[in-house]
Design a protein around this ligand. Structure first.
Ligand code: HEM
Ligand SMILES: *[C@@H]1O[C@H](CO)[C@@H](O)[C@H](O)[C@H]1NC(C)=O
Ligand SMILES: *[C@@H]1O[C@H](CO)[C@@H](O)[C@H](O)[C@H]1NC(C)=O
Ligand SMILES: *[C@@H]1O[C@H](CO)[C@@H](O)[C@H](O)[C@H]1NC(C)=O
Length: 469
């Protein structure tokens, strides 16, 4: 009964907002059937019951669709899951063989909810001397609030679960992001990765795990507030870039919505192309530069006022790496499909050529026009090329263990793109890293002087509307 889920979700929401509960109105109007009324009363008596309802509903759903394992298929039409995985009733199945120790993310209850609310285990604590932070302000905030390990050493499952809980991203999108994080710089066997630079607390079981900040896989040029790796530390928050971002928002009514994002993207691309002799804007740049900016206005506004990406809601994430006071996550989970649709849209608002500098004033375009692809085609293209980061450098571990990494992608990422009614990608193989891609074992850095509750060295907070110095 779908309705019971709705009751659970709405009550989770209304418990937090103290708004008039639409279900109580339905009940008073006599529009609830017996089952729904019982569910309503149970949840009213005990808020925890809403979560039980959610899980019960989920189990029912997975029982219904539960008998069909979904995953990529090989040319002969058989499921191609070398080390397990695949989706059963919308939930990823465990991995086997060398990947069996990897914890699998679990769908979390969703809906409007105060984050962190008054939950005592999720209040802000500034990172201690051995805690690492990095390039993603929102993962930093999750660590500062203990939704992922406060030391900044997280795992595939932990971060995917935390992104659902903290930001209301749906299961496929959260799994996809965390899987990329693991591929970017983690240890595939244990699932651990650092949200900053390389770290001795992450084992190097099959090759060096260089951390999320490692340039070239997920970390790109032309970020919002971080500088290109060519110029040095690519993890630190740069106040001047933030001020320029705020200035663009001011020109757009003080909002960090799509227009602001498209303009900031263009500014960063143009600056990097003009000044960074190693600037590279390939397929990963296309995806990450636009998706990260979509996340600002889809993930960070107050969920009670989802369309208003204002300073009050965006700034605390960047300046203090914390949730705004009295903040609610999204009511409606944000999806992988919407991410691609909106990323493509941002791109088209301020299109820029894909390619890279081979020295200043020597931009070499890629013969690739992604703007003509539909979002579904774009998704399949990204999946097929997930390992092809040429001419950037290949992670040594990926190059040396290609079969293992392919099996992970087949079992964990590809199932969201196959037989799903939207992408329906026909993926029987992945583009392999080009043999002429250099192997780059260079280290990576965590952020230092990360802006934490006003502790960023030497800054006053720039108010909206004021000129940056
Ligand atoms: C496990 C999940 C996630 C992973 C592994 C991840 C990873 C990353 C990485 C590698 C970057 C750097 C990209 C670059 O070089 O520009 C980044 C930046 C960013 N991420 Fe995340 N991210 C995750 C979840 C999220 C979520 C849930 C949000 C928002 C709700 C978000 C918002 C952003 C933003 C706004 C930036 C740009 C920061 C800047 O350039 O100043 N991320 N993330
Ligand atoms: C979020 O919305 C709630 C309900 O309208 C409000 O009380 C709260 O102050 C808002 N928080 C922020 C950070 O905008
Ligand atoms: C590694 O870093 C050094 C020093 O920064 C640099 O000269 C070298 O080119 C880098 N290696 C690769 C493969 O990028
Ligand atoms: C950051 O934290 C400081 C210290 O608690 C506070 O004064 C400031 O208002 C915060 N800034 C934002 C944008 O939340």
């Amino acid at each position: 009964m779908k309705f019971s889920l709705a009751i659970g979700t709405i009550l989770l929401a209304s418990s937090a907002t103290a708004a008039v509960c639409p279900i109580s109105l339905l009940k008073r109007a006599g529009l609830l059937n017996k089952e729904d009324e019982a569910a309503y009363d149970a949840v009213k008596a005990d808020r925890g019951a809403a979560e039980d309802l959610f899980h019960a509903n989920q189990k029912k759903q997975s029982k219904r669709a539960g008998s069909v394992l979904i995953g990529p298929r090989s040319a002969d039409g058989l499921l191609d899951l070398p080390f397990g995985g695949g989706l059963l009733g919308g939930v990823l199945q465990g991995l086997t063989g060398p990947l069996q120790a990897l914890d699998i993310p679990v769908p979390q209850p969703q809906g409007l909810k105060a984050i962190p609310g008054d939950d005592p285990s999720h209040q802000f604590q500034a990172p201690g001397p051995t805690d690492v932070r990095g390039i993603c302000p929102t993962l930093n905030a999750l660590a500062n609030h203990g939704y992922i390990s406060r030391d900044g050493i997280t795992s595939f499952a932990e971060a995917a679960n935390a992104v659902q809980i903290g930001y209301g991203f749906d299961y496929p999108l959260s799994v996809f992001l965390s899987a990329l994080g693991l591929l970017a710089g983690g240890d595939l066997i244990t699932g651990k990765y650092s949200i900053g630079g390389a770290d001795s607390r992450v084992p190097n079981t099959i090759g060096p795990a260089l951390g999320l900040d490692k340039h070239g896989v997920f970390e790109i040029d032309g970020s919002i507030t971080r500088q290109d790796v060519y110029f040095g530390n690519n993890a630190n928050f740069i106040l001047q870039r933030w001020n320029e971002y705020v200035e663009i928002a001011d020109q757009n009514g003080g909002l960090f919505g799509a227009s602001t994002q498209a303009q900031d993207k263009a500014l960063r691309y143009d600056n990097s192309r003009a000044t960074n002799p190693e600037f590279f804007a390939g397929v990963k740049w296309f995806a990450v530069a636009h998706a990260a900016r979509v996340f600002v206005y889809q993930g960070l506004p107050n969920g009670t006022n989802q369309d208003v990406a204002d300073y009050q809601n965006i700034a605390p994430f960047f300046l203090n790496e914390t949730f705004p006071d009295n903040w609610f996550r999204r009511g409606e989970p944000f999806t992988l499909v919407s991410t691609l649709v909106e990323a493509l849209d941002l791109f088209l608002q301020e299109p820029r050529e894909l390619g890279g500098n081979e020295g200043l004033n020597n931009f070499v375009p890629l013969e690739l026009d992604l703007s003509t692809k539909t979002p579904a085609q774009l998704g399949c293209f990204l999946l097929e090329n997930i390992f092809d980061i040429v001419p950037d450098q290949v992670q040594p571990a990926i190059a040396a263990n290609f079969e293992l990494f392919s099996a992970f992608v087949k079992g964990i990422i590809a199932p969201f793109f196959t037989d799903d009614g939207y992408f329906n990608c026909d993926i029987s193989s992945f583009v392999e890293p080009s043999p002429n891609a250099g192997i780059d074992s260079n280290g990576s850095v965590s952020s230092s002087g990360s802006p934490v509750n006003g502790a960023y060295p030497g800054i006053g907070v720039i108010a909206p509307g004021s000129e940056p110095s």
